[in-house]
Design a protein around this ligand. Structure first.
Ligand SMILES: Nc1nc2c(ncn2[C@@H]2O[C@H](COP(=O)(O)OP(=O)(O)O)[C@@H](O)[C@H]2O)c(=O)[nH]1
Ligand SMILES: Nc1ncnc2c1ncn2[C@@H]1O[C@H](COP(=O)(O)OP(=O)(O)O)[C@@H](O)[C@H]1O
Length: 231
C-alpha cells in the first residue's frame, strides 16, 4: 500500500502586503485551517533582537529607521530557516521584500502561489498604532479589531503584550515608502510569473473567506471548525 500512495506536492506559498495589511492575522488563520508551517521574517528578526544576536543588533538599526535590512543578510537568514522546513507545507510572511530576495529564493525552491493583501495605505496607518503583540509567539492583537481578553495580556500565556517600536507614526510612513519603492516591484515579478493572487479590501474578515476558498483548492482543511464558516 504505502509505496503506491500518491503523495501530494508540498505547498510553497508566500503572503505579501504592506505593513499592517493583515499578513500576521491572515497567516494565523491559514495555520489553523491548513496546518502549514509559518515563517515570518519580522518575528525572526524580533526574536534575534530580543536575544541580542549579531543579526539582531544589526537589524535593529534598520528596523528603527523604518528601512529594510540588507538583502544578503536577510536572504541568508531566511534560506537557512526554510531549509529546516523541508518536509512541510510552508508559508513565508515578510520575505521576499525585494526583487533580489525573490530571485535568491527562486534559486532554492519553486514557489507555487503568492497571496497579496491589497489594503489601502489610509486603512493601515490607524491600525498600526493600535497594534499590540506577544513577542514570544508572534500573536498579534489590536485594541479595536481583536483586543486581548485582558488588557495588555496575551490570551494564551498570560504574559505581557508590547507595542512595536517601529509602529510609531513617523516610522510607519517610512515603512510604507520602502514598501512602495522596494516591495511593489516584487508583486510585479510574481505577477509576470502568473503566481500572484491579489485580495483587495479594507477588512480582514471580508478578505479572509476568499483566501480560504482559494487555499481549499490546494489543501484540505484540518481544523475542527465548521468549514462553512471559516474564522
Ligand atoms: N481595524 C482592523 N484592524 C485589523 C484588521 N485586520 C487586522 N487588523 C489589525 O491590524 C494590525 C496589523 O495586522 P497584522 O496582521 O499584524 O499585519 P501585518 O503587519 O501585515 O503582519 C494588527 O493590530 C491587527 O490586529 C481589520 O480588518 N480591521
Ligand atoms: N524580507 C525582509 N527584508 C528586509 N527587511 C525586512 C524583511 N522582513 C522584515 N524586515 C524588517 O523588519 C521590519 C518588520 O517587519 P514585519 O514584522 O514583517 O513588518 P510588518 O508586519 O509590519 O509588515 C521591516 O520594517 C524591515 O525593517
Amino acid at each position: 500500500m504505502g509505496s503506491s500512495m500518491v503523495v501530494p506536492p508540498l505547498l510553497r506559498a508566500v503572503i505579501m502586503g504592506p505593513p499592517g495589511s493583515g499578513k500576521g492575522t491572515v497567516s494565523a488563520r491559514i495555520i489553523k485551517h491548513f496546518g502549514v508551517k509559518h515563517l515570518s521574517s519580522g518575528d525572526l528578526l524580533r526574536d534575534n533582537m530580543q536575544k541580542k544576536t549579531e543579526v539582531g543588533i544589526l537589524a535593529k538599526s534598520y528596523i528603527d529607521q523604518g528601512q529594510l535590512i540588507p538583502d544578503h543578510i536577510m536572504t541568508q537568514l531566511m534560506l537557512n530557516e526554510i531549509k529546516r522546513l523541508d518536509q512541510h507545507n510552508w508559508l513565508l510572511d515578510g520575505f521576499p521584500r525585494t526583487v533580489a530576495q525573490a530571485e535568491a529564493l527562486d534559486k532554492e525552491c519553486h514557489i507555487d502561489t503568492v497571496i497579496d493583501l491589497d489594503v489601502p495605505f489610509e486603512t493601515i496607518k490607524c491600525r498600526l498604532t493600535a497594534r499590540w503583540i506577544h513577542p514570544a509567539s508572534g500573536r498579534v492583537y489590536n485594541l479595536e479589531f481583536s483586543p486581548p481578553k485582558v488588557k495588555g495580556i496575551d490570551d494564551i500565556t498570560g504574559e505581557p503584550l508590547v507595542q512595536r517600536d517601529d509602529d510609531k507614526p513617523e516610522t510607519v510612513s517610512k515603512r510604507l515608502q520602502a514598501y512602495d519603492a522596494q516591495t511593489k516591484p516584487v508583486l510585479e515579478y510574481y505577477r509576470k510569473k502568473g503566481l500572484l493572487k491579489s485580495f483587495s479590501g479594507t477588512e480582514t474578515n471580508k478578505i479572509w473567506p476568499h483566501i480560504y476558498a482559494f487555499l481549499q483548492t490546494k489543501l484540505p482543511d484540518v481544523s475542527q471548525k465548521d468549514a462553512a464558516k471559516p474564522r
